[in-house]
Design a protein around this ligand. Structure first.
Ligand code: DGJ
Length: 721
């Protein structure tokens, strides 16, 4: 008799007697306990898989009992402001009578679905209820949490202000010390990776800018200081939010650590009217015992499996005209570029900024989304048709959330911008932000976007956003005047969702002056992101390294532009520029009318090569072999899911005479398999490539040398065979 399939481990288990809930991911568990006696929902364990019987019996940590201690600080799943709690609250409110303290009681625990459990709480006497949602997406290590609030009272109770309304608090286990990993940066310097000791106190990462931000990204890793790229326990917490946000890593003097993740920065409030509800953004988190690389790969897998709209599609090689023609676009010069781009093998041509009425520079035009009459006297359709005739898809740049004072839209609707009547409206890049929390504004945006996409046979939009918020509020005595810091981004999400529903073929690139709005919520409704306005191929290695910590190469748009680089002046050989951009979604952004025939021929060859490795790079598993700045070489390996193909990119930004580079030890190749280097024909066993290392290919002399190695399994016994 054939044995049946092994009984599947349920993603959620509940023990009614103890109130214990166990969430089981592929390689870890998360245990909490809803304690109806105290009204607390207490954290028990997050990490290595434990037997169910132990999870139910494990004690909950408690602080030393004295009259100054917050007894459960650090171990509550959703700490509120109220009672003997002195840590960072996930929930803080102000009731209509001005009072704040909450007294939670546990109503019940509801299994909404096999993979989704809800702990329902309410205040002991006040009209506020909140639900803690936990979901275990199938087949990975990521957990999802969010919270829903309900004003359960009547008009007589008045409104409730949510002063802090986090998605989740993620308590961590006890370790002697903790290290916090995150990225910081600025415009054109996104993604600088930083790992430093977590001090006792509250360390806040966040954005007060109304968008995700270049300066930080909504995720953090925590480890006990003992993890490295491929080993050790790592916990990652992220937030799927595109407005202002805050991640507070708290390390208490009593030795508890956790991260509170939620939308809105300090001073941001949300008003809940009687009967009103609010659902927070989703916070995502994972535990792995496979180091920072393992954490990244688990996140990439989650984003591909559960977040991206079309994970199975390969992203096209695009050409974008921004660095070539800046605002001076016209039908003739764009067609000239399109012809050259098509000859190189580009599959998508994107017309960037400058195509619409009044847009001769960045001082005017935003808001008036009809073709520029002098530059495109026949409209955009002839260009789109020519691009299609050349065999490419047609893409168009838009910046729907912005307006220039010098535009008909602003003259018609000056009240649509984020502003306060008695404050100076700060202009940045000569533009102001349209309030996308207002339905009349998002309706207007959807109407013209639909028209532009339909009239011009647009296949792809580059959706840009080029300034942070200022004077963001609602005129008048609204108590939650700063809600736009969150509500605007949600309005943007709604427009994107509706646009995609109307045009299922449309693909979208998210951009905010480069990587100023990259987050899991944006990735749920776009197909790729413009990583940075810095296209210097050397700087990009560090930016891409930071990007890869959470986001996969298959969404990381990277262009080859001119040398010297227009931003940094650095001279970089074409091959290195290509190899740097081939680590993600390859695009070309140089002025092709000035490239020599030899450069065009080399570029065409490299585009062809990219198309060959594209499935492995965009959809494979990524290993950061050597990080930028840590030695003479930087290297990344990609492995396709079947284990048949591996791609290795190696960069050396400057020669270090006299230093020798050890063989490059590759990851996760089958030890018994044989792999052939597709360029040289040399063969090595998987055991050699991972154990001894891959002998380094010869790199050209001088600065900015690079190599691409393609390995293919040749023993005919791949994982799928
Ligand atoms: C910022 C983007 O990141 C650039 O690529 C370009 O589209 C400009 N905006 C256009 O204004």
């Amino acid at each position: 008799m054939k044995a049946g399939p092994a009984p599947a481990v349920p993603p959620v288990r509940i023990d009614g007697a103890s109130g214990t809930i166990l969430l089981r991911t592929t390689r870890s568990v998360y245990v909490l306990r809803a304690d109806s006696a105290t009204g607390s929902v207490l954290h028990v364990h997050w990490g290595a898989v434990l037997p169910w019987a132990d999870a139910v019996a494990l004690p909950v940590w408690s602080e030393h009992d004295d009259s100054f201690a917050g007894r459960r600080d650090g171990v509550e799943e959703y700490p509120v402001d109220g009672g003997a709690r002195f840590g960072v609250p996930a929930l803080e409110v102000r009731f209509a009578d001005g009072s704040s303290p909450l007294e939670p009681t546990v109503r019940d625990v509801v299994l909404e679905a096999d993979d989704h459990v809800v702990v329902r709480l309410q205040d002991r006497t006040r009209p506020l209820a909140w639900e803690l949602h936990y979901r275990v997406p199938a087949g990975g290590d990521v957990l999802e949490r969010w919270t829903e609030f309900h004003h359960t009272g009547t008009a007589a109770d008045g409104d409730i202000l949510l002063l802090r309304h986090a998605s989740a608090h993620w308590p961590l286990p006890q370790r002697p010390a903790w290290r916090l990993g995150s990225v910081h940066g600025a415009w054109s310097r996104e993604g600088s990776l930083d790992r430093c000791a977590l001090p006792v106190g509250e360390t806040v990462l966040g954005s007060r800018r109304g968008h995700t931000g270049h300066h930080a990204n909504p995720w953090a890793t925590l480890d006990a200081g003992d993890a490295d790229e491929e080993h050790g326990e790592v916990w990652t917490v992220a937030l799927a939010a595109s407005g202002s946000w805050r991640l507070t890593a708290q390390h208490t003097a009593a030795g508890r650590t956790g991260v509170v993740a939620g939308e809105g920065h300090e001073g941001h409030e949300l008003r809940l009217a009687p009967g009103g509800t609010h659902r927070t953004a989703v916070s995502l988190a994972l535990h792995t015992d496979r180091g920072f690389g393992g954490a990244s790969r688990a996140f990439h897998h989650h984003l591909r499996t559960h977040v991206l709209p079309h994970p199975g599609e390969l992203r096209p090689v695009l050409y974008n005209s921004w660095e070539a023609t800046s605002f001076a676009v016209d039908e003739e010069n764009q067609i000239a570029l399109a012809k050259r781009a098509a000859a190189l093998g580009a599959e998508l041509f994107v017309l960037d900024d400058g195509w619409f009425r009044g847009r001769d520079d960045d001082r005017a035009g935003l808001g008036d989304w009809t073709p520029h009459p002098r530059r495109f006297p026949r409209g955009l359709r002839p260009l789109a048709d020519e691009v299609h005739r050349l065999g490419m898809a047609f893409g168009l740049w838009v910046e729907p959330e912005m307006v220039n004072a010098d535009s008909d839209l602003h003259r018609r609707h000056p009240d649509w911008v984020l502003h306060l009547p008695d404050r100076t409206a700060t202009e940045l890049r000569h533009q102001m932000v349209l309030d996308f929390s207002r339905p009349e504004v998002t309706d207007w945006a959807l109407t013209w976007l639909r028209r532009v996409v339909a009239d011009n046979a647009v296949d792809f939009l580059k959706w840009d956003f080029n300034r942070s918020f200022s004077e963001a509020g609602v005129p008048g005595p609204a108590p939650d005047a700063r809600r736009v810091h969150v509500a605007h981004a949600r309005g943007v999400h709604r427009v994107l969702d509706r646009l995609r529903a109307r045009f299922p073929h449309l693909r979208i690139e998210a951009c905010a002056g480069g990587g100023g709005r990259v987050d899991p919520a944006v990735l749920a409704r776009t197909d790729q992101v413009w990583t940075s306005d810095n296209t210097d191929a050397v700087d990009r290695l560090a930016i891409q390294h930071g990007f890869s910590q959470l986001y996969p190469a298959g969404v990381m748009s990277a262009w080859v532009t001119d040398s010297p680089n227009p931003l940094t002046g650095r001279v970089v050989p074409l091959r290195f520029r290509f190899h740097s951009a081939m680590a993600g979604v390859l695009g070309i952004g140089g002025d092709l009318t000035r490239w020599t025939d030899a450069e065009l021929a080399e570029a065409a060859h490299l585009v062809q090569l990219y198309k060959d490795i594209r499935p492995v790079v965009q959809q494979g598993i990524q290993f950061r072999l050597l990080a930028p700045g840590e030695g003479p070489l930087t290297s990344v390996q990609y492995l396709d899911a079947s284990g048949e193909r591996a791609v290795v990119l190696i960069w050396r930004t400057s020669p270090a005479f006299g230093t020798s580079c050890p063989p490059l030890r590759l990851r996760e190749l089958a030890p018994e398999a044989r792999y052939r280097d597709e360029a040289t024909g040399r063969e090595w066993s998987g055991a050699t490539l991972t154990g001894f290392g891959m002998p380094l290919p010869e790199l050209p002399r001088g600065d900015c040398a690079s190599a691409l190695v393609r390995l293919r399994r040749v023993d005919g016994r791949g994982r799928n065979t």
